[in-house]
Design a protein around this ligand. Structure first.
Ligand SMILES: [Zn+2]
Length: 484
């Protein structure tokens, strides 16, 4: 067997192979969008495309399901485009080349796009079938999920008529998602207030490095160190003992990553040269004992070139106060789902992009909308109190609060137990999903997310488990059959 066209279920792999032939990078979905509309028209199905390119295909209920409530199936048509170094591949023109390796389907040198091509192929196989039993279906296929959920963000409020939605964008066989976190980013701007460097000072550079970092949602509850927090705590301790003047401070990069590195250039009185070394050694020991999960942590001190100006005492103090007091990490845990962070914030970066400005960024998440705003407002208050010129927030995206009384969850779980004789895991994630945006537009929409095993998605190592696709397909068919 060397072609994915020989795999079971044949109808699903056939459409997955079709999707691989059509370029579909995020933001460039015209070709796949046209394919989907043509597919529907050829089969006499009602299809429409909205102004951003999302596609909705409707299919009537099969015989015996006329009185069942209609069900929306949903997946995204775009894929992350990553290739191995040395792979010649133009994602806007060249087909993805899927191949079989043992129990896995992989792509030659590139991402496979099983995230979420499997979801789209599932819908096409169902829409094409004359034998599968199902209620009235609305198949919603969104654009540009991977770059920031923008397709889902633009879905019109009255487009979907169904009260139930089955999202096909999970990557874990037997693990279903019933909730996600919303997010919002905050940026504080400070104008630098400088003064002439005082006499008898020494310039030193402090650097925190070697931390694990990680995703600000998935990894926020793992007890990892934040380089900016570790650095600012040291500076705060030191400024209680002698005068410190900040010259430069920076750390972190992406808003959704926990900062792994941070550094500061400070001026301290010459006479405290030895004191800071002693305190640093003690401090390193403290951090090492507080963060056993960070074996690579290091913090170094070295002298550096003198500078004619530094931030004045007031601004030095207020910036260090702001960074030290700004919360980072889990703020509250979910009451509904054990072990799930509900509200969190990531102190993501501090930068000095030019000679005049200091910018601090944070990123908040919560599955409870009001709590997302509460933590973002608290952070704004801290920055305003410490002399920020202005604090702005992104538009953000809403969370999806888990509903343990969900009817679609009960159907999905029951059909899984009936098929496989074991209980699935029902959980929620502390990161964004398209379902969060749907829950804002359609407050009564009852949703759940499922999918087969897809590993290393968003990288050229992406692979999709063949046996799990077969189980997932049987499950989807059973859900449709049970949806009365
Ligand atoms: Zn996806």
């Amino acid at each position: 067997m060397n072609s994915i066209l020989d795999l079971e279920p044949k109808e699903l792999w056939f459409y997955f192979n079709e999707i691989c032939q059509i370029p579909h990078p995020s933001g460039k979905e015209e070709k796949i969008g046209k394919y989907l509309i043509d597919f529907a028209e050829k089969r006499g199905l009602d299809a429409s495309m909205d102004k951003v390119g999302n596609v909705l295909i409707r299919k009537n209920a099969s015989a015996g399901y006329e009185s069942a409530p209609s069900l929306a199936l949903q997946a995204h048509m775009d894929m992350v485009c990553e290739k191995n170094e040395g792979t010649l591949h133009d994602f806007e023109k060249d087909p993805i080349q899927p191949y079989i390796d043992g129990d896995w389907v992989k792509a030659k040198g590139t991402t496979l796009g099983a995230d979420d091509g499997i979801g789209v192929a599932t819908m096409l196989a169902i829409l094409d079938s004359k034998t599968i039993k199902h209620p009235a279906l609305e198949c919603l296929i969104t654009v540009d999920e991977e770059r920031g959920l923008t397709g889902a963000q633009h879905v019109e409020k009255d487009w979907l008529k169904s009260n139930y939605l089955l999202n096909l964008d999970s990557e874990d066989d037997g693990r279903f998602c019933i909730g996600c976190a919303g997010g919002i980013d905050t940026i504080a701007f400070y104008s630098m207030k400088e003064m002439e460097t005082p006499k008898d000072v020494l310039f030193i550079k402090l650097k925190v490095s070697g931390l694990l970092g990680g995703h600000s949602g998935d990894d926020i509850n793992k007890g990892r160190g934040n380089a900016i927090k570790i650095l600012s705590r040291f500076l705060w301790n030191e400024k209680k003992q002698y005068a410190i003047y900040l010259k430069q401070i920076q750390g972190g990069n992406l808003h959704n990553a926990i900062p792994r590195e941070a550094s500061a250039i400070i001026a301290i009185p010459f006479k405290d040269k030895e004191n800071i070394r002693i305190s640093l050694n003690q401090y390193i020991a403290t951090i090492e004992s507080e963060y056993p999960e960070e074996p690579q942590f290091s913090m170094d001190l070295e002298s550096t070139d003198a500078s004619s100006t530094v931030l004045n005492q007031e601004q030095t103090n207020s910036l260090i106060n702001a960074l030290y007091s700004c919360p980072h990490g889990v703020i509250d845990m979910s009451r509904e789902i054990e072990g799930l962070p509900e509200t969190s914030t990531n102190l993501a970066s501090i930068k000095m992009p030019d000679e005049t400005t200091i910018i601090i960024s944070t990123s908040q998440r919560s599955s409870v909308e009001s709590k997302k705003h509460n933590i973002k407002n608290k952070i704004e208050a801290i920055f305003m109190m410490s002399g920020a010129e202005k604090v702005t927030h992104s538009d953000g995206y809403p969370g999806w609060k888990p509903n343990l009384n969900s009817r679609i969850k009960d159907i999905v779980v029951k059909s899984y137990v009936n098929l496989f004789g074991k209980e699935p895991v029902v959980t929620a994630i502390h990161a964004g999903l398209e379902c969060g945006l749907f829950s804002e537009k359609y407050p009564n929409l009852d949703m759940i997310s499922i999918g087969p095993d897809i590993i290393s998605n968003h990288s050229p190592a992406e692979r999709c488990s063949i046996p799990s696709v077969a189980r997932y397909w049987d499950h989807v068919i059973k859900i449709l059959e049970d949806f009365k």
